[in-house]
Structure formats: C-alpha cells, structure tokens
Design a protein around this ligand. Structure first.
Ligand code: SPV
Ligand code: MG
Length: 437
C-alpha cells in the first residue's frame, strides 16, 4: 500500500506508556496515510481501568512528538465509534488482540461505524511480550514522584464520578489496595487510593484513637507505604491539632506526596466518632475551625494539595442546620471538600445533607465514610451527590479475627497443621514481595 497523504488513518490509544507495540501501529498507519491519534481521555480510561499515570496533556505531548503522528484528538469514550463517525477515517489500525475477550464489543462497534463511513479496519498481529499494563506498573513504582502522586487525587475527582479509597495501615495492607482487581463486564474494578486512618494507625500500635500516636510516626509509616505503591493517599488528620502548629503539619504532610488531609471539627481530647458514647466529645467552634482551615490553606505549597473539612454535627446529635452552617463557613475559609460523617445505621441524614449541599456547591467534592451505614452502595452514594467513598478501617478489621483464629487453633491443636487452610503458603509469601528470594 502506497502512502496517500489525502487518506486519514485513525489509531485510538491510551498511551500511558509508549512501547514498540505502539510504534508498530504507527509505522503501519503511515503506510496508508496521515495519522490521527484518538487519545483516550483520563475520564474515559478511569471509568474502565485505573486512571493513567500520565495526564492527558502529558500523554498528548509525547504523541505529538512522535514521527508520523499528524494530529492528536481526544477520544472521550472508551468505544471508538463516536470518533469514527466524527472523523470518518479511511482506515483504522488496531492490534488483533481485541478479537477475543471483553474488547470484542469495541471491535464490533468500530467495524460497524467504519462500514457506515466507508472506512476499513486494518489489524496487525498483537506484539507479544510487552503490555502497557505491566510496563505502567513498573514505571509507576519506579518513577513516581511526590508531586505526581499528590496530583492524582484532583485528577481522579475530575475524571471519575465517584472514587473509592481503601484504608491502609502498613505497606502490606497498602499492597492489597494497590493490586486488588476485579474484572466485571469489561471493566477493571480497583481502588483509586489509600486512606491513612487514625483509628487503624493507632489500633495497630495498640494505642487508643485519641491523637496519642504522633504525626511524625504516622508520616514515617506513610513513607514506607509510598516505597511500594503508586496510588494517592488521603491522610486522616484528626482535629488537625493546635492551630499554631497546623501550618508546619501541612507542610510535612504535603511534602511527602500525600494528596489531601481531612480534619474534623472536634476539640479537646479526640475520641473516635463511631463510639456509642458521645457525651465526652465536643465540637469545635465553627469560626475557630474555619481559621484553622485558612491557616492550612495558606501554608500549602502546591495547588494540588487539598484540605477537606469533616463535619461532626450528626455524630454529636446536632441537626442539618448546624451541619450546613458549618459547611458554608469551612468552604469560605478555603476547604477544598467536605466530609460529612454519621454513625447512623441508615444514610438518611447524610443524604439529606448531600442534597442541600450539592444544590449550592455542585463542584465541591463530597466525601462519605460508610462504616455504620455499610449497606449503601457506591451507586447510591453517587446518585446522592457523593464523589468519594472511603472504606476506612476494613483491612485492619479483616486481619485481627483472621490472626486470632489461627492463634487459637494452634493453642487447641498443639501444632499448626490444622491452620494450613487459613494461611498463605510459605511459597506464596516469598513470592509476594519481589526480591525476597
Ligand atoms: C478513622 O478511620 O480513623 C476515621 C473514620 O476517622 S471514623 O473511624 O469513622 O471516625
Ligand atoms: Mg480518625
């Protein structure tokens, strides 16, 4: 086939990591005409898979500078057909790997669209031995900087309707949040990031959740988590501590690459919000708390870092009026998002809040921690205006009963053989962490 500059060749790519497989697609395309890359947007990717490591603009710059690429346009849908109808290419180039598996439907739709527009699909054998997924994982761990990681939360909030974060209290629990993956209806479901919980950080050290475990110790733990993961992290900052210390605290949290801190509007000796007895918990004066927020906002060095204000009105049996009044004050003081907490078994009060809140603050992220109202689905939270859901303590709560069970079995049996079925094999544990053997 002779190159014909009047012919349009379409190639849809995510291009989070460029490798020779992509080059082969481009090389092939150049034989047919001028290449238009449909670069899949963050939003389109994030709703099917993990958000790309590189932003849309960063990926675009790379592609624009590749030999043979004439134009880069956004592909706003994971499905190629919208762009095919719009651009009416003469050819589309794709690897033949999509003939099987969940991408079959994308192929069928692309062929249908091409037939209608008079275009033709050219498939080349899939390049074996390299995959963007494995390459991206490798790159993420090796190249991620504090800045890139920090910026991922804002990108997620823009790209995804609702993001899910999982508690991590040490690197091994974080590796679960990093790698857990469920494939469902062609989508790759995974966690978007980590929650560093004061409850589980304290509990895993055998200490009460009352701000005894100090910030520097918790940040050291996060540093270890960051050694082996690539996803963004939200830090549970408790009350934020003394307002006179808050600026220094923000700087050290932000510098590490943490994306956001959530501080709660309590005062005095902090108690966990899910405690049945709330009589000894006190809510901070809204103006004083707002002042703390603005001190933090002035202290942060990057635009990416977020301070999210957590409203404890429902925890302390106050009403929606109090919660809304506080939301206004905190946002005015610069809060980048609001977490509304509740220990009710039902989501009624948080849904009442979210309806009122989102009418006024459509674009301000709203966070839910459904520990007690845990029958609520992410879909319901999304429909009620929430943008982020935090599974706040589940990794620690899962591990304790599992460990206790095995300890009791060993005592009962005078040996460990009976516990084998509860355990990861020695081989599995050695293979879990690369470099162990
Ligand atoms: C935590 O995880 O430490 C939290 C959420 O602050 S809660 O335990 O629900 O208060
Ligand atoms: Mg906490």
């Amino acid at each position: 086939m002779k190159h014909n500059a009047n012919k349009k060749v379409y190639i849809g790519l995510a291009a989070d990591s460029i490798h020779h497989g992509h080059m082969r697609l481009i090389e092939k395309g150049r034989q047919y005409g001028k290449i238009i890359i449909g670069l899949i947007t963050d939003e389109a990717i994030a709703n099917y898979k993990r958000i790309p490591y590189l932003s849309y603009d960063q990926r675009k710059i790379i592609l624009m500078n590749l030999k043979g690429v004439d134009k880069v346009v956004p592909q706003k849908d994971y499905d190629y057909s919208t762009n095919i109808f719009k651009l009416k290419p003469d050819y589309m180039i794709h690897g033949d790997d999509w003939k099987q598996g969940h991408e079959k439907i994308l192929r069928a739709n692309a062929i249908k669209a091409l037939v209608k527009c008079g275009g033709k699909l050219i498939e080349i054998p899939y390049t074996r031995g390299i995959s963007s997924e494995s390459l991206t994982k490798f790159q993420n761990l090796n190249l991620i900087t504090s800045d890139t990681r920090r910026g991922m939360l804002r990108r997620l909030l823009e790209a995804k309707k609702i993001s899910r974060f999982l508690e991590a209290h040490n690197p091994i629990s974080a590796l679960i949040g990093e790698n857990a993956l469920v494939k469902k209806n062609g989508r790759h479901l995974s966690f978007d990031g980590f929650w560093s919980s004061s409850l589980t950080d304290s509990t895993s050290m055998g200490k009460p959740d009352n701000e005894y475990v100090d910030n520097s110790l918790r940040l050291t733990g996060i540093n270890h988590i960051f050694d082996v993961t690539s996803k963004p992290l939200i830090f549970d900052g408790d009350t934020g501590g003394k307002k006179e210390h808050f600026d220094m605290k923000i700087k050290s949290i932000e510098r590490l690459g943490v994306s956001a801190v959530i501080i709660e509007d309590k005062t005095g000796l902090k108690k966990n919000s899910l405690h049945q007895n709330t009589s000894n918990q006190t809510q901070e004066d809204a103006n004083i708390f707002a002042e703390k927020i603005s001190i933090g906002k002035k202290a942060q060095g990057s635009d990416d870092f977020m301070i999210i204000a957590r409203i404890e009105s429902f925890i302390l049996n106050k009403d929606i009026k109090d919660a809304m009044k506080r939301a206004h004050k905190y946002i005015e003081a610069g809060a980048d998002g609001i977490m509304i907490h509740s220990k009710s078994k039902k989501p009624n009060e948080i849904f009442e809040f979210s309806k009122k809140f989102k009418k006024i603050y459509k674009d301000i992220p709203l966070v839910s921690v459904p520990s007690s109202y845990n029958h609520v689905t992410e879909k319901q939270l999304l429909e009620n205006g929430f943008n982020l859901v935090i599974y706040a303590n589940h990794m620690l709560r899962a591990s304790y009963p599992a460990m206790m069970k095995v300890a009791l079995q060993i005592l009962k049996n005078g040996r460990s053989k009976e516990s084998d079925k509860e355990l990861f094999s020695i081989n599995d544990i050695l293979n879990l962490i690369p470099g162990t053997k």
